[in-house]
Each structure stands twice: as structure tokens, then as C-alpha cells.
Design a protein around this ligand. Sequence first.
Ligand SMILES: *[C@@H]1O[C@H](CO)[C@@H](O)[C@H](O)[C@H]1NC(C)=O
Ligand SMILES: *[C@@H]1O[C@H](CO)[C@@H](O)[C@H](O)[C@H]1NC(C)=O
Ligand SMILES: *[C@@H]1O[C@H](CO)[C@@H](O)[C@H](O)[C@H]1NC(C)=O
Ligand SMILES: *[C@@H]1O[C@H](CO)[C@@H](O)[C@H](O)[C@H]1NC(C)=O
Ligand SMILES: [Fe+2]
Length: 454
Amino acid sequence: MSLLKVLFVLVTIAAACAGVCNGGVTSSFVRKSQPSTCMPIDTFPPPPGYNAPEQVHITQGDHDGKSMIISWVTPLEREPNYVIFWEANSKNKHKIHSRITSYRYYTYESGYIHHATIKGLKHDTLYNYQLGTGDAVRRFSFTTPPKVGPDVPYTFGDLGQTYDSNETFEHYYSNPKGQAVLFAGDLSYADDHPYHNNNRWDSWGRFVEKSMAYQPWIWTVGNHEIDFAPELGENVPFKPYMHRYRVPYKASKSTSPLWYSIKRASAYIILLSSYSAYGKYTPQYNWLEQELPKVNRAETPWLIVLLHSPWYNSNNYHYMEGESMRVMFESWFVEHKVDIVFAGHVHSYERTDRFSNVRYNITNELSTPVKDPSAPVYITIGDGGNQEGLANNFSEPQPSYSAFREASYGHGMLDIKNRTHAHFTWHRNHDNEPVAADSHWMLNRYWHPEEENN
Ligand SMILES: *[C@@H]1O[C@H](CO)[C@@H](O)[C@H](O)[C@H]1NC(C)=O
Ligand SMILES: *[C@@H]1O[C@H](CO)[C@@H](O)[C@H](O)[C@H]1NC(C)=O
Ligand SMILES: *[C@@H]1O[C@H](CO)[C@@H](O)[C@H](O)[C@H]1NC(C)=O
Ligand SMILES: *[C@@H]1O[C@H](CO)[C@@H](O)[C@H](O)[C@H]1NC(C)=O
Ligand SMILES: [Fe+2]
């Protein structure tokens, strides 16, 4: 316990306020402003070999981590359409065929997009897998998560946008602690290019492969996944994303890949879509209403939600865009004691104290957020870096709910220790990886709902 106290003291000192400050800390660190330009499209060329599998990525394939979805693209031919996999300490090889999809977008034609679901994996086990044949064979590996349980330690990397953010990506990649990535949406930014140039989806897939092929990225969608362009005749929202990225939504009784849940180690993770209907009676609303009571905190103490557009964001950029969703769902999050909500979208970092704003009823004038021990901590981590540049215009004074905010790029690490304690750190790109620009002990809302010092 004394170690913990020392850490609290350190955090308190770090959070001491300098200058005008109603809420918490507005970090004075200002990143050198440099134009954020796109990496040329050929920065990540296809791998060598005829029809070589590329853009390899994996994600959890079921509700409790005994399955993995392996996805890849073969550019020229449908075959080979299988993955060979084996336990690292065994010679016993297995083969699973993929389901193949492809799509057209305006004048773009995709390659053959493969998705293969490997089931019945052992927990906590290293597997190798192999794609391609002949001179185009490629090998990768992944480790399955430990069996779901209340005191299973696990470390999630938390990333916002990564497009054009070689720096953020490399920075996260250099940290060996992350076992899986919680990704708060906005993947390729292909839609920022003329005619939503879908070749950018391919080059992004090659760019991030060196992480995504080895550890599961848990997806939620951002506005840059919508790709809705009626002027190009493209009227189906999320078309490129849905062809390329698969999630195990049926395992959580969802009717759409855009919202779902998984369990991993001691965490229950709910992924919501800020860009799908969430009003009363809509499919997402109905699903979430039934989903939250299902979470068994004796099995998975940590209840984490990911969504794209933040509900608590004191940056003028995208200010209040998450408000309508907050109005619909915040009271449920408080009722069910969600521990942490991760959001992206805003290109800066912000962490709140436990505040809620659920009393307001139009006439009672109670519209100011108040301290609430049952409320989540909201973390906006949409600071992966992107071509829209940093959002360095915070509203003043800093609102009381805002504990720490800084306009620079970085990534987070959520280190779950046991059912009561998790340590969150935020690492700005500018620093060496071991340096945490912000750090915070999270105390579990169900098992240890005490006030967190900050
Ligand atoms: C990305 O970052 C890594 C590590 O800093 C560097 O070696 C590499 O050249 C960078 N790539 C690009 C395309 O900027
Ligand atoms: C709104 O809240 C006030 C104060 O709590 C209460 O008196 C009033 O009846 C509420 N209005 C409605 C429509 O529920
Ligand atoms: C910051 O945001 C405010 C409110 O939207 C706006 O009035 C102001 O012009 C912005 N400042 C800069 C430097 O962009
Ligand atoms: C949980 O982890 C925290 C932080 O590492 C530690 O202080 C505490 O003793 C642990 N609790 C148990 C029951 O092991
Ligand atoms: Fe966004």
C-alpha cells in the first residue's frame, strides 16, 4: 500500500496547477508545429513474390478470446485462400480456408479480401501462422489471451487515429508491453483523398501490418470509415471498412458489426458506433440496453467502452459533437459503473475526473457536470496524428471535469493489474517510450469505488 501512496503523491505533484485553472491541468507542452503531410502512397510497397498476401491483420474472433479472425488481401488471384497455423511448440499444422470478398468503389476495384476465423484456440498460447505459397510465403504469430477471469493482468494499448502518424505507430510498436490494441476509430483517411482513393486503404493496411498481424486490434468506427459519397454513386455507408475489417459481432448478439462487445482477460469491452443511429428504439440502443446488464463484474471487473466522438471534450475542435449520444447513454454508463470510456476524433489528449451530467431535465437548470463516483473516466486519445493537424485550441477556463489536457500526439497504455487496480499512462511521441506525460491509477468502480487521487 505504501508504494501506492508514493505514486499518488507523485501524481498529485505533477497535477499541481500553474496559472489560471478551474479544472485540472492544461499542459504547457506545445509540440513544434510542423506540417503533417501524407506519406507517399508507395512508402509501404507490396511484399515481394507473385500475388503475395498483404495487409495482414487480426482481431478477436469470439466473445471470450479462443478464436482469431485472420484477414489479408491477395492482389491478383483468389488463391491461395487458406491460412496454415500451429502452436509454436508443436509440429501439428492445421489449415483453415478463408471467405473471400471484394468490392468496387467508384473506379477502384479491390483485391481479394480474405477473412478466416480460427476457432478452438488454447488460451495464453503462442501460435504461428502462414499465408501464401511459393516465393510469396509469409509467416506471422500471435499469442492468445489468458482465460477470462477477475484477476487476470492484461495490457491494452490505446490508440486514436494512426493515419500519417508513423511517429505514433512506431512509438506504440516500440513498447513491448501492449498485448492488444483498443482502437478508437479513423483508420486510413482514404476519404480525404480525391474520389476517396481506396488505394489509400491498401497502403494503410500495409503500413500498420507489422503490428496488426501480430496482435489483435479491437476496432470501433470513426467518421473516416463512413465513406458515404452519393456524388460518386457510393451510397452505402461503411462499405470499404466493412469489407476489409471483420469483428465478432454475432457473438454478442449484435445485429451489426458497428457495435459489439468482447471479453479479454479481466476486461469487458463494449464498442459503439458514433455514426449509427442510437436514439430510442434503434437497433444500437436496444442492443446496448440489453448488453449492459449482462456484464458480470465478478468475471470481468473492468468495464470499458470505446466510441469515436468524445462526450467530454474541452477542445474547441469537434466541440459537443458527442453530446447527443451522451444524452442517450450516459445515465446507463453511470448506473452500470463503466470504468473507462475511450474516444478518438479530437486530435489532442484529455483525461477527465469522474464526473457525470445526468440530472438535467430541461427545466431544472442542473446542466453542469458534477463529481460522481459512479461515472467513468473519459479519455480522449484521438491524438494519433493525422493530416488535419493538431487541435490546439482548448476552451478556457478549463472545465472542472477536465483533469489533464494537452495538444500533442501520443498513445495510451492501460495496464490492468487485478480486479481493483489498473494503471493508465499516456506517452507523447516527443518523449522516449518509458516517459509518461500523464499517468493515473484507475480504481475499479465495482470492486474498489474509492476516489482516485489526481
Ligand atoms: C517511420 O519511423 C521509423 C522510426 O522512427 C523510421 O525508421 C521510418 O523511416 C519512418 N518511416 C517513414 C515513412 O517516415
Ligand atoms: C425536473 O427536475 C425538477 C427538480 O428536480 C423537478 O421538480 C421537476 O418535476 C422535473 N421535471 C420533470 C418534467 O421531470
Ligand atoms: C479557437 O476556437 C474559438 C471557438 O470556436 C474560435 O472563436 C477561435 O477563433 C479559435 N482560435 C483559433 C486560434 O483557431
Ligand atoms: C492489486 O494491484 C495493486 C497495484 O499493483 C496492488 O497494490 C494491490 O495490492 C493488488 N491487490 C491484490 C488483492 O493483490
Ligand atoms: Fe474522427
